[in-house]
Design a protein. Structure first.
Length: 95
């Protein structure tokens, strides 16, 4: 079993990495943009909205294959994405 990162992951950094992961593949990015109603011209403006990064993680969590691919790329547990999402929303995380 591969090693995974510890629980102390910066939620904002994880969400930013998730956006980068989506941006690396035109199909993944295109699907995210289509579902979010954004386009490449306004994604930078949207990223200033406090709900943007949680929405990136929501997108990953809505597709199990995408979530697992991201988790493997980042060498972390898939559950860490949900934990980061909860932290960004200010929700308490229960172990």
């Amino acid at each position: 079993m591969p090693k995974t990162r510890a629980h102390s992951i910066d939620p904002q950094a994880l969400a930013t990495s998730a956006l980068g992961f989506l941006a690396q593949d035109p199909e993944r990015l295109g699907r995210f943009l289509a579902l979010s109603g954004l386009d490449p011209a306004n994604i930078r403006t949207a990223s200033r909205n406090p709900n943007f990064l949680p929405s990136v993680l929501d997108h990953l969590m809505s597709d199990e294959r995408l979530l697992i691919a991201f988790a493997e790329t980042e060498n972390l547990r898939p559950e860490a994405v949900g934990e980061a999402r909860a932290a960004l929303a200010g929700d308490p995380v229960h172990d």
